[in-house]
Design a protein around this ligand. Structure first.
Ligand code: SAM
Length: 240
């Protein structure tokens, strides 16, 4: 088991009440291993959900973090940040639809982090070049963690997967080759790395231990062995 010193500063009860999928703190911390983002950099946490990774980026990495999300309420997220001792000088919740472009100036962000969210809007081939890269500085890195498949199997989805997800929901998950083929043709960005994240099983175990209806719904597939078909994919890109 890997240790996650930054993730583990968050009490388990808070993590369980906030996460919306495989432990995003651990996915984020592994993804950022070796990343050199200077303190005070302005980072976009895209699809931040209830803001737990945003809080980690602000508090543990010292980054000025914009927690941008569609489904969550920015007021609820700000109250959560304040409970953790964070202020509006460190973190800013924003409600926005990434697929429509973001309410920021061109070249605003020093870095982008997106955990368990990019697969919702980033499957559109026009998305990265047209609606995300414009807001990122030249030479800045984008760190994406997405739930993936070891091998795409959408033509005949294995029965284990269908215990928890419909074929339409499975469309949100793809393998590394699929993501590479999606991103490689995009101009103005290079792929620094794409890899399976080591914390996949641990992140899933943390999620399945939650008692919300979505985690409970995911248990059927995982208990039937679907875990071997799934992975967590880490992608690092650099804007040229
Ligand atoms: C599975 S949750 C993950 C949330 C959080 N990153 C985490 O790991 O706990 C997916 C998130 O993607 C966000 N999302 C989906 N489509 C979006 C869009 N078009 N623009 C912004 N956020 C979006 C949702 O609001 C949701 O919070």
């Amino acid at each position: 088991m890997t240790t996650f010193p930054k993730s583990e500063t968050f009490p388990v009860n808070i993590v369980r009440s906030k996460i919306m999928g495989p432990n995003p703190l651990k996915l984020c911390e592994e993804l950022l291993e070796g990343a050199e983002i200077p303190h005070g950099s302005v980072v976009l946490d895209l699809g931040s959900g209830t803001g737990i990774t945003s809080a980690m980026l602000a508090r543990e990495y010292g980054l000025f973090t914009y927690a941008v999300d569609l489904w969550s309420d920015p007021g609820d997220n700000m109250r959560f940040f304040e409970e953790l001792g964070l202020t509006n000088r460190q973190i800013c919740p924003v409600k926005a639809d990434a697929s429509q472009g973001l309410p920021f100036a061109t070249g605003f962000f020093d870095a982008v982090v997106s955990i368990d969210s990019y697969n919702y809007f980033g499957r559109d081939p026009q998305y990265l070049g047209g609606r995300l890269l414009p807001y990122v500085k030249h030479d800045a890195k984008l760190y994406l963690a997405i739930p993936g498949m070891v091998r795409d199997c959408h033509d005949v989805p294995p029965s284990e997967l269908l215990l928890s997800w419909t074929p339409k929901q499975l469309e949100y998950m793809h393998d590394i080759d699929w993501w590479r083929a999606m991103i490689e043709p995009v101009e103005g960005v290079e792929i620094v790395e794409m890899r399976e994240l080591r914390c996949h099983e641990e992140a899933w175990a943390d999620w399945l231990a939650c008692d919300n209806e979505y985690a409970i719904g995911d248990r059927a597939s995982m208990e039937a062995g679907a875990g071997k078909l799934l992975n967590s994919i880490g992608i690092v890109l650099r804007k040229l």
